[in-house]
Design a protein around this ligand. Structure first.
Ligand code: GTP
Ligand code: MG
Length: 195
């Protein structure tokens, strides 16, 4: 997709603030600092439209970015920060859970993981949760630029094995630094937008 326009719309705290124009939504989930906002910026070719939250994992806001008047990218707060979380439910928040369960406009969830390390327990829980509720998901292994080319496939294998990756889901190796995987990810996102 050729991005001609991208704008921040709202940090939604309650569902009443979600946009009501029925555009398709693609959400980004992943632990704090994994590179969600950087991925958004790379996908829309803007240096700093999506910013890092000052209190990662603590706010329950959904940040909406409208692209070309065609879709919303919805940036979630990162998980894996809250020390006090007793359950996975607490870790990513009731509001996010409700959004993921019932938001009709949601067409695809991008689960962003750091390719340098095996996915964390939270990553695995999130992936299992999304499967359990039958949400369409694409796993994005980012920060590929941090790994030498010859070792990347080995890391992809470890990421997939640790997650229990299902071959009927999409998988993209990505680098916000290099732009690697950008066209492939756009193609996947576009294929879900009309669904
Ligand atoms: P929270 O909003 O706190 O949940 O974090 P986030 O997931 O939005 O991460 P963010 O995009 O702010 O990136 C965190 C750090 O990782 C920043 O220092 C980025 O520059 C760096 N980073 C993100 N993506 C990449 C990448 O593909 N390659 C490299 N080398 N660094 C990256
Ligand atoms: Mg962020």
């Amino acid at each position: 997709m050729k991005v001609t326009k991208a704008e921040f719309v709202i940090s939604a705290v309650v569902p009443a603030q979600y946009p009501d124009d029925a555009l398709p939504e693609i959400a980004l989930a992943g632990r704090s600092n994994v590179g969600k906002s950087s991925l958004i910026n790379r996908m829309i070719s803007r240096k700093n439209l999506a910013r890092t939250s000052a209190t990662p994992g603590k706010t329950q806001q959904l940040n909406y970015y409208r692209v070309n008047d065609d879709l919303y990218l919805v940036d979630f707060p990162g998980y894996g920060y809250a020390k006090v979380s007793k359950t996975q439910r607490a870790a990513f928040g009731e509001m996010i859970e409700r959004y993921l369960l019932s938001r009709e406009e949601l067409k695809l969830v991008l689960l962003i993981v750091d390719m340098r390390h095996p996915p964390s327990k939270d990553d695995i829980s999130m992936y299992e949760w999304l499967q359990h509720y039958n949400r369409p998901v694409c796993v994005v292994a980012t920060k590929a630029d941090k790994i030498p080319k010859t070792r990347r496939q080995k890391h992809v294998k470890i990421v997939k094995e640790t997650l229990g990756f299902k071959p009927y889901h999409s998988f993209v190796m990505f680098s916000s630094e290099l732009g690697l995987g950008k066209d492939e990810l756009w193609a996947i996102m576009e294929s879900h937008m009309g669904t």
